[in-house]
Design a binder for this molecule. Structure first.
Ligand code: GAF
Length: 388
């Protein structure tokens, strides 16, 4: 990112250049990492993400009629669609599909969506598991809501953005990413109950305690990630059916052994064990953070990784290598974050150890012939907002 103009300036410039006009406003939404609570959201469970300082910015103004034109700094040509395209899930494809999906979800919910011209710029890396798609959805949603004067409180927005992704784009994701990029607060992690969407903003002031979160982009190619995600979700839903509960969230950790005894095969038992123990790890992490015992969450992060690797089977050699190297170099805890099969690893480190830990991961990668990983240290930032 070094040396690039500010992302908000790039969005404005993209708008001015593309439309020969000044935007009516600019709206930003961040990427996110999930501190802990993986594949728990669609099981009605708990998650604890925080927003990154990396943002997607949309500059926009209204245009007459039901027409939406979108330019992006990553595309040579604009995407342009009307109501018929927006009303037909899947018709607009690629990155434009997330924009059309938001228009679709709003219209489906009965909102009068204003036609608009938009220009997108982003510092959230694509395909790294940092929720670049949720950031785009949230920034577009905020822009359209403001331009149209829609009555749309922040608490309602994550479901609409998720609907865009599930119903229009066709990705069966849970509610975590859209909630994180919309509802997070600076200096806090977002403790979200995915069943009722209640939230608690848990103080997570790493600076104050001399700690840092190092985010390591594994740069592993996503190997069949979409199909694997859908199959994990289906396995969890089947298991809940077999156990006679609405969702795996309803299996308390104290009842885990009894529940496992009622499941037919080892693979299903391992999937369930991951979800049930992961929910408990989120609760334990929140309790430690509330007690100000930040450094002590490290072992929970590492246990979460082991559970994703051994029980949920969603890690790949690159992320396992990053976790092992970070821990060997003194990280207090480390885990893959996000849906899996690539993406990012986060490591909790003493602030002074961030660079040595990053160097150790780079060296382990070089030793295994993997492409050099990107790293950044992340302080919890705020969710989607209109820019001044
Ligand atoms: C992806 C999904 F989009 C989220 O909903 C969540 O399930 C996550 O994977 C795994 O925790 O980011």
């Amino acid at each position: 990112m070094t040396g690039r103009p500010d992302v908000a300036d790039r969005a404005t410039a993209g708008f001015s250049h593309g439309y020969d006009a000044t935007p009516a406003g600019r709206w930003a939404a961040p990427g996110r990492v999930n501190l802990i609570g993986e594949h728990t959201d669609y099981n009605d469970g708990f998650v604890l993400p925080f927003a990154l300082p990396l943002r997607t910015v949309v500059a926009a103004d209204p245009q007459p009629g039901e027409r939406w034109t979108v330019r992006s700094e990553i595309a040579d040509r604009p995407v342009d669609f009307g109501a018929a395209d927006a009303d037909t899930p899947g018709r607009v494809t690629g990155w434009g599909g997330y924009v059309a999906g938001v228009v679709w979800a709003l219209r489906e919910a009965g909102y009068a969506v204003p036609g608009a011209r938009l220009a997108v710029a982003s510092d959230v890396p694509l395909g790294s598991g940092l929720s670049s798609s949720a950031a785009l959805e949230a920034a577009v949603l905020a822009a359209l809501a403001d331009l149209g004067g829609l009555d749309l409180p922040a608490e309602r927005r994550p479901r609409l953005a998720q609907r865009a992704e599930n119903g229009y784009v066709g990705a069966p994701t849970g509610i975590m990413d859209q909630s994180a990029v919309i509802r997070c607060r600076a200096g806090h992690a977002l403790f979200l109950d995915c069943r009722d969407e209640s939230v608690d903003h848990v103080p997570f002031d790493l600076d104050a305690v001399g700690l840092a979160i190092l985010v390591i982009d594994s740069r592993a190619p996503h190997r069949h990630a979409d199909g694997e995600y859908a199959s994990r979700r289906a396995a969890c839903e089947r298991a809940a059916d077999l156990l006679g509960v609405p969702a795996l969230r309803d299996v308390p950790v104290a009842d885990l052994d009894a529940a496992l005894g009622r499941l037919p095969d080892d693979e299903t038992r391992r999937r369930v064990r991951h979800v049930v123990t992961e929910n408990q790890r989120v609760l334990d992490t929140v309790a430690l953070l509330r007690a100000g015992r930040v450094a002590e969450i490290g072992p929970l992060l590492t246990a979460s990784h082991a559970s994703m690797r051994d029980d949920f089977a969603i890690t790949v050699p690159e992320v396992d290598t990053a976790v092992e190297a970070a821990l060997a170099a003194g990280a207090l805890g480390a885990r893959m974050t996000g849906g899996g099969f690539g993406g990012c690893v986060l490591a909790l480190v003493e602030a002074s150890a961030a660079e040595p830990v990053a160097a150790a991961v780079r060296s382990a990668y070089a030793g295994r012939g993997f492409a050099a990983p990107d790293t950044l240290t992340a302080l919890p930032a705020s969710g989607a907002t209109r820019l001044p």
